[in-house]
Design a protein around this ligand. Sequence first.
Ligand SMILES: CC(C)(COP(=O)(O)OP(=O)(O)OC[C@H]1O[C@@H](n2cnc3c(N)ncnc32)[C@H](O)[C@@H]1OP(=O)(O)O)[C@@H](O)C(=O)NCCC(=O)NCCS
Length: 99
Amino acid sequence: VVVAAVVLMRRVGPGGLELGYWVRSDRAGQGLATELAGAAAEAALALPDVERVEIHCDVANGASGRVAAKLGFTLDREVDDEVLTAGESGRLQIWILRR
Ligand SMILES: CC(C)(COP(=O)(O)OP(=O)(O)OC[C@H]1O[C@@H](n2cnc3c(N)ncnc32)[C@H](O)[C@@H]1OP(=O)(O)O)[C@@H](O)C(=O)NCCC(=O)NCCS
């Protein structure tokens, strides 16, 4: 049974990796995302060609933004984004942690 997942994606340009995370709703609020995402960010920044990790989340996704802030990411900018699901606002926050 999968209760949580993290992924690192090479789609934010040279020197960067995008970090994504999901936790099954019945296990949310227990610190799982923060723990797993923190470990993944640390591993990513240990790679020789990676100088920053980015978290992209909708401004309406307060829990995701909170995870980024708790891990020491800085809110870099907000950009317009396609609305793909009902809960999304169309504004995307880009959080960055640099080595
Ligand atoms: C976002 C998600 C990964 C968080 O997982 P989690 O294991 O519950 O996260 P944590 O328990 O580590 O931390 C959650 C933090 O958000 C806070 N939080 C929860 N709901 C919140 C909200 N609506 N607004 C602001 N903060 C919120 C919690 O209080 C906690 O912060 P705290 O430790 O300071 O109290 C999970 O809800 C999820 O899988 N959501 C769907 C997928 C998703 O949005 N992924 C991110 C894509 S960018």
